[in-house]
Design a binder for this molecule. Sequence first.
Ligand code: ZN
Length: 1140
Amino acid sequence: MNPQAGYNQPYQGGYQNYGGSPPPAGQNRGYGGPVPGQPPQQNAYMNGPPSLGPPGPKPSQGGYGAPPSQKGPAGGYAQGGGDMQNGFSHSGQTYGAPPQQQQYGRGPPPPGQQQYQQGPPGPPMSSVQSGPQGPPMSGIQTGPPMSSVQSGRPGPPPMSSGQTQMVNQMQTMSLSQQRPGPPGATMGAPPPSSMPPSSYGQPQGPPGSSAPPSSMSMGPPSSMSMGPPQMGPPGPMYSSAGYAPPSSQQGIVGMQKSTESKPKPNYTGAPGGYQGQYGPPPSSPGGFGQPPPPGPGGMGGYQGQPVAQPPQQRRLDPDQIPSPAKLDPDLIPSRIQVIEDDRTSRGGQQFATNTRGLMPPLVTTDFLTIDQGNCNPAFMRASMYNIPCTADMYKQCNVPMSLVIKPFAELKPQEAQLCVVDHGAAGPVRCNRCKAYMCPFMQFVEGGRRFMCSFCSCVTDVPDTYFAHLDHTGRRIDVYQRPELACGSYEFVATLDYCKQRAVPAQSAPQAAEGAAESDVNNQPPSPPAFIFMIEASYNSVKNGMLPLLAKHLKGLLDTLPREAGQEESSIRVGFVTFNKVLHFYNVKGTLAQPQMLVVSDVADVFLPLLDGFLVTVQEARAVIDSLLEQIPQMFSDTRETEICLGPVVQAGLEALKAADCAGKLFVFQTSLPLAEAPGKLKNRDDRKLLGTDKEKTLFQPQTSFYQTLGKECVAQGCCVDIFLFPNQYVDVATVSEVCKLTGGQLYKYNFFTLEQTTQHHNPMEAVNDGERFIQDLTQDIQRPIVFDAIMRVRTSTGFRPVDFLGNFYMSNTTDVELAAMDCDKAVAVDFKHDDKLSEELGAYIQCAVLYTSVSGQRRLRVHNLSLNCCSTMADLYKSCEMDAIMNILSKQAVRSVVNSTPKAIREQLMAQCANILATYRKNCASPSSAGQLILPECMKLLPLYVNCVLKSDALQGGAETSTDDRAWLMHLLNSMDINSSGAFFYPRLLPLHNLSPDKDDVPTAIRCSIERLKDNGVYLLENGVSMFMWIGMNVDPEWIQSVFGVQSVAQIDIDSPTLLDKEGTLLSLDNPLSARVRNLVQQIRSQRSRFMKLTIVRQRDKLEPWFQHFLVEDKGLYGGASYVDFLCHMHKEIRNLLS
Ligand SMILES: [Zn+2]
């Protein structure tokens, strides 16, 4: 084994299965096309559609073709002359199979397709046994002692409140690392000659190449009090070449080389490279690999204060440091510690929203919200609760002034659900001028006869029917009888004024703005929405098992369609289409004995061949639908068709909704690039060489505007599009995801999907698991609360306004966010800017109103209100920042710029913003002190960590084995993520399992994402909302292994065995408490995420380990991303540059 070969190899066409483990080797062979050696298929469909016929009972009236043995156009497949446009009536009689059917008989796929099939799908990780992950601290091993930073300074100056002082830690960290092998450290460095850290198989650059490029912003050594060699690797990384492909990393190698002769005391044991990283934990106290000391032990420097309370002064006194060994990364700001501190101080409590600008607990804290006039933070969370009064101040601080809105978030069962207010025909009371809805912020004047709008200050008459007297404090006496006066969130029943004009063909005009609500004569209540399932019926979808699996499970899922609260049966209608390069519509009218198929082969101008019987409610047509879903797999079991179209599929769904005059959602199941001659045809334009270069943006721009145009048409109809992809090759996610993005939809992806259970796969758990993952995702997607045909407007009080929106939606003007659908998991981020001065006294108000159609076809308005404070000092501003919300929007902005910027520019912009935010704080809020100190605001002390995680994430900086599609998919995913999801996505949760108590059912406290924290006698679960891993150390207690895996030792766990996991993708159930506990924990964690996470078992030193390590985000990245410590040092330097 050449341990370093892995990262040098050119990409071989494989796709990393992001959602789980790497693709099985060789699996894509034979998938994208017919099996070699099969006879040409020209005849397969020559005589009508024989293979469409189910072997079962013959369809009664022209349903499906006869079994293959029958000659001639079977039964109802009367030839319609092929002109499908003229051949239909609405009665659902026979439709001829068009002559074009012969196209089915296409031979092997066109050459274009085959290029994907070469070679095994590069099992990206399997060959990566390489070289050691650079120890996280390696960037700071050497160089001038940190003490020089402080030299000449008479002791640390006093710290101002809310600060966190880092310098002493850094100093001692460095010192401790310089110690040549402390006696206690058993982790002696691996022999330097055998493992140049972080080189990953790079050719060793000449020593000279270690010099940072001249473009680097790092100064000469003398200018850096921290000592440049300590910066080591980060240097080049921040330069233009930094994150770039391997060849440019020579500088890093060189840097490493120059330092690698120094012992690295913090590494354990086993001689010989890679394995040496895992050893027994250091025996000396406080070494690496120890969990942070519980409680306020150690330095306590980051025992953060609850954000809502005035942060206490934090100061690290060197005199109190017992020993330098204590000062290690445990003392740089920890996400885990921040989360735990907030849980401790605010967890389990009630959060009453009766105060303006009150900061909620963190998203990771479990608390109950009592709505007392501001909305639950689950609906809207601000990036800061004290917004700057002036544009100048805002510009200076550089902190985003934003809101992350999740208007249909699910509330906790214990929290009061939203009240629905019905004002009858009069409709909701609104401000005359800005049209804001009645809310707790409105001020009643003139004895209650008029009210003043808190958003625009206009005074509006109170309608007679709404009048109430005021009490002595000026409040209406009925305030607690009216949710819109007492609550931050509520709903109104919308009157016809809020309904779309209907029965007008081709709703080409943008829908009436939510704010307008003009009275149109034709306004009518909407029809209940529809779900249309559009399933690829091709060689691929049959071969990989998607089609049969879907048909099997869809039957049951149709019983769980979302319904209105209190409703017994769902009002949602369903329809079914199968497609390859033609479309098959199905008549499933309840009165039919058998479903009927109608083929549309004219995909250039697709139309709907039937109206009556296409969309039905499940209860009225259960038997016919069941029959259809049973027959579909048989009908296509022999199909050889490999070409598919996509544009006409979505167009057909849109036409169907238009014809039915309703909103709805298309579920499209697709395996490959739409190569068939049809609108929306795509070509393979993947060029991985461009990734990481200035031209990479071209890969993420759509290759045609077709899907954007189509998406806009869909939005006008309230047609949401979800696409489920099952690719084994490039499918151009960047292009097709546009239609999902614009319509409030979602794209799912299952690389190398298969149901086969064979141990020949690289990772056979995929075979067991991926079907389950797909079905679980689909279940969630079908069942979750959703609204349709929505339009959202965010109103603000005078002085600031929304200027930028991020999420899955379409905007035809600058104010209205149009959402063909919106579900409970999707968030929209909004960025604000000033257009005037704000006042500390008046504060700032935000109202988000969403007009929508419910699952039963009711038109409603949902209103969320939030009041914020305004401030004129930086200290106030920095005290009220919501770090998780800030990162949500910063990461979305960064990812959005991928399509029109360069990787270098994006990195630099994000790092510059980070440095600016911290430098402004340092300048304005921290007491004067040595420039050598890194001082972070309490609320934002994790900013450098998060920014580094975003920079390193696969969404922004794919590694060698992240395919173009995977990156495009991750970018798509991030675009609509809520705050909780983005937090875990960028900083995964790592949970120790080896000391789980079987008697409890809680989620154990997480540990920091660094290899240093893993013990080789430990077992850990890692999850980021997309993937889930269980890492098992080599020296785990055999009893634990026996209880959970049923074998005697770690070595005996057959991670390649398909029987390791049960059909739900969880560990097999063994009859003991620990087994149950581990299984339950996995399920519990899955239930907290909006996507099903496949569990991948990784044994220490196994081939999959580097893939797992990729998620240990505090460490140096596999592809050049800086370690947390290195990045912090770099930020420190940047801040000092800004201040000097
Ligand atoms: Zn107003």
